[in-house]
Design a protein around this ligand. Structure first.
Ligand code: NDP
Ligand code: 8X3
Length: 248
């Protein structure tokens, strides 16, 4: 099950698992994109695809949609908690509090609601792997990153804590913490301003969604006794959240 499969990392990850024969549950809010992806995934042989259109921020909806999954789809082996976003890039003293709500509700509470609905299905089978999309912004803070960074620091803490909570239940938990990756992420952060979104990656060979899908797939397909706890992955031109080398 991959949340936020309509774009970026989620979509690339769905395609990577599909080409390797996995049945997949894709989720997101944009129904048209979900339908398009379902069609594309269905071109892979011998896999089944189930699509769920919901907003991870809506607790009741998350509980209902996952609770009502047909029995065969309740056997979720891997959950990729990927749905997330940054909105705005402002100093704390001028930040937009609606943007803050959106980031905290999606990146922290949404991830929690989905996990709360799926984890018991794994625990009952004594088997499962939860892969959370954190960020390099959840390892170090940067100017104007404030609430986005805080939301990803929370994902970092939750990943560690989930691993401890479900240790006895044979559940793997992996945190994937990428640096700059070119997806719809920057366009969403800058509320549709394409120029600003492009400038973020100027002079940098940014990570691609496929790079992240490769790492997720690698972590998910290791032997049962091996759990990668976390991966920090940056473009070669980025050494930390605050250190990037931009070519002219
Ligand atoms: P994209 O904007 O390309 O994809 C984000 C996905 O999240 C979309 O499929 C979107 O689907 C979904 N989503 C957003 N809000 C909600 C919601 N309320 N309910 C359900 N789905 C939602 O970004 P990326 O692929 O780059 O980002 C994926 C994850 O990786 C995010 O958690 C992001 O914070 C993290 N990340 C991104 C980095 C980057 O530089 N790109 C670096 C580090 C981490 P829809 O709009 O259809 O609902
Ligand atoms: C996204 C990476 O550096 O834009 O999580 O915050 S960054």
């Amino acid at each position: 099950m991959i949340t936020g499969a309509t774009s970026g990392f989620g979509k690339a990850t769905a395609l990577r698992f599909a080409e390797n024969g996995y049945n997949i549950i894709i989720t997101g809010r944009r129904k048209v994109l979900l339908d398009e992806l379902k069609k594309e995934l269905n071109t892979f042989e011998n896999i089944k695809v189930h699509s769920l259109c919901f907003d991870v921020r809506k607790k009741g909806e998350v509980e209902k949609v996952i609770g009502n999954l047909p029995e065969e789809w309740k056997k979720i082996d891997i959950l990729v908690n990927n749905a997330g976003l940054a909105v705005g890039l402002d100093h704390i003293q001028t930040g937009n509090t609606d943007d803050w709500d959106t980031m905290i509700d999606t990146n922290v509470k949404g991830l929690l609601y989905v996990t709360r609905a799926v984890a018991p299905l794994m625990v009952v089978r004594n088997k499962g792997h939860i892969i959370n999309l954190g960020s390099i912004a959840g390892k170090e803070a940067y100017e104007n990153g404030n609430v986005y960074c805080a939301s990803k620091f929370a994902v970092d803490a939750l990943s560690k804590s989930m691993r401890i909570d479900m240790l006895k239940n044979n559940i793997k938990v992996t945190l994937i913490a990428p640096g700059m990756a070119e997806t719809e992420f920057a366009l969403v952060r800058f509320k549709g301003d394409e120029q600003k979104a492009k400038n973020i990656y100027k002079g940098i060979d940014a990570l691609t969604a496929e790079d992240i899908a490769d790492v997720i797939y690698y972590c998910a397909t290791l032997p049962d006794h091996v759990c990668i706890n976390e991966v920090v992955i940056t473009p070669t031109q980025q050494a930390s959240v605050n250190h990037s080398y931009r070519r002219e």
